[in-house]
Write a protein that binds this ligand. Structure first.
Ligand SMILES: [Zn+2]
Length: 432
């Protein structure tokens, strides 16, 4: 009880300075008190107070830093990415991937369950809760036995009496956020699922509130292409860069959608509908008069989306039921399938070239089941983007396919929670 009261008191003292120190330690790695003082200009008592606050809530830990000159080791302080976990839940159409990630975004445990958006909210959420509860319980149980990440913290603890007696939660057992991806758009103001052709039964379900209530931690809901864009923006950053500032992630699956990173942040638009590139109008193509799932005529998705390709092949009497079947036929060289996929590539390239002219990204990453067709799809995309986007916009443009989508989804979800959480004083206070 005493520990709880002490923490509550400490919560109120956490301020922007504490948050700034956390941000520096996350970006720079371990620092000594002197280094923190020199970098911030803070007086020693202020440095000490802010270090003590972060150590007491368990998000920073003391450690021994070897002296570069071989002299007496110094005491440093480091962000402890293993002090808590983020539950990442990536709800795709037919499967859901769950992971526990540490606070650097690294997945610690990953599970996939065979339910997804098309199973409806009751069945899917029920199995997600059961699976997540099991993962959290397993993580708690295994935590006492192993501490793979803590290379020297055992020694440090003995060197620094009181470091582990600070009231911090045990490592890796503490859930600090839930981050959920859905295969549709999310209304920015409410967190509700909107415009959801594949998640019709989920419309107006507020996953943010549901998960937040159940797990008593902040929850974040994002579009699945947005989180993959975020993952790639961080992973493709060059030396000295925090992230790629302008990147477009295109999901070419049953539908077509995009995640946009613009000036280093996910672009949601005013209501959350940004990136819905499947409904960009394409003209003059065979089949361009086919009605789209949105009710309009001439959308790129109605000719180049997975559902449209599947429908065309079924109309032609091909034995295809899933996009994996389409990819299989394309790889076998089935003429009609190859033609449809190549045409889809060119049409998607047309839509992307519009985005390139508008947004000037430095990377375009193409994922989704159709990207498994490889160059059959990618060559058409490149052809049209190079032909139709303006030279200044393509000078330093890279176009690549994504070969690790499931992993990118999970890591992007963790980054989304970290970006919104660990940079927020409100989150830090809740964490404490
Ligand atoms: Zn449409």
């Amino acid at each position: 009880m005493l520990a709880i009261m002490t923490k509550a008191e400490e919560n109120t003292t956490l301020n922007d300075g504490t948050l700034e120190l956390l941000t520096r330690l996350r970006a720079r790695g371990a620092m000594t008190r002197s280094e923190i003082g020199a970098a911030t200009g803070w007086a020693r008592p202020t440095v000490n107070k802010r270090i003590d606050e972060l150590v007491s809530i368990g998000i920073v830990r003391p450690l021994t830093m070897p002296s570069p000159t071989g002299g007496r080791p110094a005491q440093g302080f480091a962000f402890d990415a293993s002090c808590a976990v983020i539950l990442a839940v990536d709800i795709a159409t037919t499967v859901t991937t769950l992971a526990l990630c540490d606070l650097s975004g690294r997945p610690v445990t990953i599970r996939t369950i065979e339910v997804g958006a098309e199973n409806g909210p009751e069945e899917t959420l029920g199995l997600i809760y059961t699976t997540a509860d099991g993962m959290l319980a397993d993580d708690t149980n295994s935590d006492g036995d192993t501490d793979d990440d803590g290379d020297t913290d055992g020694d440090d603890a003995s060197d620094t009496p009181g470091a582990d007696a600070s009231g911090a939660a045990p490592h890796a057992t503490r859930l600090c956020a839930v981050s959920i991806a859905v295969t549709t758009r999310v209304e920015t103001s409410t967190g509700n699922i909107i415009q959801a052709p594949v998640m019709r039964h989920w419309e107006n379900h507020n996953l943010r509130d549901l998960f937040s209530r159940r797990y008593q931690v902040p929850a974040f809901v994002e579009n699945d292409a947005n989180v993959r864009a975020l993952c790639k923006a961080y992973e493709l950053a060059g030396d000295g860069e925090r992230m790629v500032g302008d990147l477009l992630y295109v999901h070419a699956g049953m539908g077509l959608g995009a995640g946009i990173i613009s000036s280093g942040v996910i672009m949601h638009g005013s209501g959350g509908a940004a990136g819905d590139i499947g409904h960009i109008h394409v003209l003059g193509e065979v089949g361009a008069d086919r009605p789209c799932r949105c009710g309009n005529i001439g959308c790129v998705e109605a000719s180049a989306g997975g559902w449209a390709i599947l429908q065309s092949l079924q109309d032609a009497g091909k034995p295809v039921h899933t996009l994996a079947d389409v990819v299989g036929l394309a790889r076998q060289g089935d003429i009609e399938t190859v033609q449809l996929v190549r045409r889809a590539g060119r049409l998607i390239g047309d839509a992307i070239s519009t985005c390139v002219n508008l947004l000037n990204p430095s990377y375009i990453i193409v994922g989704g089941e159709l990207s498994d067709c490889g160059e059959l799809l990618m060559s058409g995309i490149r052809e049209r983007v190079w032909a139709r986007a303006q030279p200044l916009a393509t000078t330093s443009l890279h176009i690549e396919s994504c070969d690790d989508e499931a992993r990118a989804g999970i890591i992007g979800l963790a980054y989304a929670a970290i970006d919104q959480g660990l940079t927020s004083l409100e989150f830090l206070r809740q964490f404490a």
